[in-house]
Design a protein around this ligand. Sequence first.
Ligand SMILES: C[S@@+](CC[C@H](N)C(=O)[O-])C[C@H]1O[C@@H](n2cnc3c(N)ncnc32)[C@H](O)[C@@H]1O
Length: 288
Amino acid sequence: MHSDTAQARIPTADVLSEPSAPTWDPQQYLRHAGHRTRPFLDLLTRIPELPTSPARIADLGCGPGNVTALLAGRWPEARTTGFDLSPEMLHRATQEYAGPTTGGGSLDFRPGDITDWLPEEPYDLIVSNAALQWVPSHPGSFAAWIHGLRPGGTFAFQIPGNFTAPSHALLAQLCDTPRWRSRLAGHGARYIHLLEPAEYLARLTELGCAVEVWETTYHQLLQGPDPVLEWVKGTALRPVLTALGDDADAVDAFLTEYRDRLRAVYPSGPRGTVFPFRRIFAVARKEA
Ligand SMILES: C[S@@+](CC[C@H](N)C(=O)[O-])C[C@H]1O[C@@H](n2cnc3c(N)ncnc32)[C@H](O)[C@@H]1O
C-alpha cells in the first residue's frame, strides 16, 4: 500500500519493537498554539461550502479541541464531533469546548481510533489536522471515508511534511546510538509511511474526487530558550518520553543530548530561532 519512495525518505533506525501509543500533554502541545493553528486556518479557507445544513462534521485526531472549535465556528449549525485516542486530550477538549454552538448545533468529543474509524452515518465533512502522520495505514482508509461522505461532501487533511528535517533526523539518530538503542530504537523514526503530495493527489483523484493538494514551508520564528526542543516535546518526542516513562535521569540525559544537537542546527538569533516547518495539505471533494 505504501510506496517505496515514501518508505525510503526517513533516516533509518533498527526497529526492534513497535513502540506503544504515546501519552500526550495538552499543555505542552498548546504552548505553540499560534504556529500550530496557522496551517489549519490555511486548510479551512480551501474547504468549500458543505452540501447539507445542518451539516455533520468529524475531526479525526482532534487533540485539545481548539481546531475542532474553529470548525464549529465556521459551521455553527453543524453537529461536530472530535475523535481522539488520548484521554488527556479528550478531557481538555471536552472541558474547554463541548456543548451547544451559536447556530443551534453542537460540539462533542469522543474516544475513537483513526486506524479503524469508519463514518457511522453520512458526513458532510471529515477533517484531520496534524494527526494522520500517527496512523501509518491512513491512505488505506481514504476509500471508506470518502464513501461515507454525502455527495458534494469534503475530506480534508493537513500533515507535517518535515520528517527529513534536522529536528527529526537528529532525534532518529540519537535514538539509534549505542547509548539509547536498546530502549529507544524505532521511537525516533515513526513516520516512514507518509506519502508525498503527488501520491496523495493520485490516490484521491483515483477515488473520483476533485482534489487540491499543496505544500507550504512555514519559517516559524520561535521565542525563548531552546524553543525547537520545546516544540518537539509537544509532538515528535512523545513516543520517546513515553518509552522512558518515570526514569527521570534517563529523560534528563536524553533531553540534554538532544538539546545540544538541536542548538547546533537551530541557532538562536537576535529575533528568535528560525524553525522551518514543511506541511502537506489535501482537500478532496466528492462528486455532487
Ligand atoms: C499533533 S496532535 C493534533 C491535534 C489537533 N488535530 C490539532 O490540530 O491541534 C495529534 C493528535 O492525534 C491523536 N492521535 C494519534 N494517533 C491517533 C489515532 N490512532 N486515533 C485517534 N487519534 C490519534 C493524538 O492523540 C493527538 O491528540
